[in-house]
Ligand binder design. Structure first.
Ligand SMILES: [Zn+2]
Length: 416
């Protein structure tokens, strides 16, 4: 599908879809690849992550847990982040360390205030937790990949929490050791605009998966939270979240309560929280199925997740995240009369074999980038009408063409 990143062309089509809709945010949400989510999910599940335990962790589980956190770190590096963007927060001991992993991206305007998206990567003893919660982890990894080069007004933290299943140990230590020790917070504590938690967002492939629970603090006064001054703000963010689900995915958001996951230590200090939690229905009766039949069981593995659903929940999360962090909306835009460079671009054949032809009728000057699904640049060139793709691995790629005025991205399949 061809996407032109210009207001001028958006104006020709459907310029305004509804309250808050931002075309460039949708274009980015549409960069989420189900194949990437499946890869992260399967790779992490294969590490055999289990319950870390208390003071004397099982050494195999501990090794698996550390292998998982290193996998996440390595992936972030391949996305283009550097070691200095990544903090390893030891919540174990010196001799038996295990870590929360925190990726920080600095904002352009409100750099001292954070939008946090978090998900725990540990599991229970019974199983590897492909859904609980490597589904949330995969979503955050994909969001981090896509947003790496995108400016946001607020700073962001993508947090992979450990030891959630021990009783929110990773998030509790993160809050008490790094965020604040004060209740309510004081001026020198970390400023957090919103803490958005993802816990179990992969659904179940034997059920109907077309809704997601959007969790607010103390809806109907049912929650394990302790502070009430943040409830109204949590509800406002969560109502916005429901709206973003509708704008950036094919599923529907449903309001419910926040409880017993990694947002709670933040809530207990007075911070504003929201969250995603899967919602499934029985395909024949329409009755809500709660919890997931695989919950905390050996069957919580990669074969029981609904990956099409995880694709939608991740798109919804990425749409919301861009609003929360106020992601860049500028798209190399000039006035309508000038923005014609990349009109009528033809890229062919698609799928391409050996040679990919690029026809740009309105200019001879343009940059060419061919990016793979992980965001890695495969070809960087300019002003070419033919690319040799004969030695490129088969798969889906993104061709990005840029002129002084516009940029365009098109997905290209290479099938040599
Ligand atoms: Zn969980």
């Amino acid at each position: 599908m061809k996407k032109l990143f210009t207001l001028a062309l958006a104006a020709i089509g459907s310029f305004y879809f509804g309250q808050g809709f931002t075309q460039i945010y949708k274009d980015r949400a549409d960069l989420v690849l189900q194949s990437n989510l499946q890869t992260y999910n399967a790779d992490l599940a294969a590490k055999g992550i289990r319950y870390v335990g208390g003071a004397t962790p099982n050494s195999t589980y501990l090794a698996n847990n550390n292998a998982a956190v290193n996998y996440i770190k390595d992936k972030l590096i391949t996305f283009g982040y550097t070691d200095s963007d990544i903090q390893m927060h030891n919540i174990g001991t010196v001799s038996k360390p295990y870590y929360n992993l925190i990726l920080t991206k600095t904002g352009t305007v409100n750099s001292d205030t954070y939008v946090i998206i978090g998900a725990h990567f540990d599991s229970v003893v019974a199983g590897v937790g492909a859904n609980d919660n490597l589904s949330g982890v995969a979503a955050i990894m994909e969001a981090a990949r896509i947003l790496r080069t995108i400016d946001t007004e607020y700073s962001m933290k993508f947090i992979f929490f450990n030891a959630e299943e021990n009783g929110l140990v990773g998030s509790t230590k993160y809050v008490s050791e790094i965020v604040t020790n004060n209740t309510p917070t004081t001026a020198d504590d970390m400023k957090i605009k919103i803490m958005f938690n993802l816990d179990m967002i992969g659904g179940n492939k034997t059920l109907t998966n077309n809704t997601i629970t959007c969790e607010a603090d103390k809806v109907g006064n049912t929650t394990s939270g302790t502070v009430s001054t943040n409830d109204a703000a949590s509800l406002a963010f969560t109502n916005d979240l429901i709206q973003y689900v509708g704008l950036y995915s094919d599923i529907t958001g449903v309001l419910s309560n926040a409880y017993s996951s990694d947002y709670m230590p933040f809530e207990n200090k007075g911070y504003v929280i929201t969250g995603f939690y899967e919602r499934m229905t029985n395909t024949s009766t329409g009755a809500i199925v709660e919890p997931n039949p695989t919950y905390h069981k050996a069957t919580d593995n990669i074969s029981n997740i609904s990956y099409p659903y995880l694709l939608q929940t991740t798109k919804a999360a990425l749409g919301a995240l861009q609003h929360f962090a106020v992601a860049d909306k500028s798209t190399v835009v000039l006035g309508a009369s000038e923005a014609t460079d990349l009109k009528d671009v033809v890229v062919y054949p698609n799928p391409a074999k050996n040679i990919l032809n690029i026809k740009v009728p309105n200019t001879q000057k343009f940059e060419i980038r061919l990016m793979d699904a992980t965001g890695k640049m495969i070809i960087v060139d300019k002003d070419k009408t033919q690319l040799d793709v004969s030695r490129i691995k088969n798969g889906v790629y993104y061709l990005i063409l840029k002129t002084a005025k516009q940029s365009l991205m098109e997905s290209v399949i290479i099938n040599n």
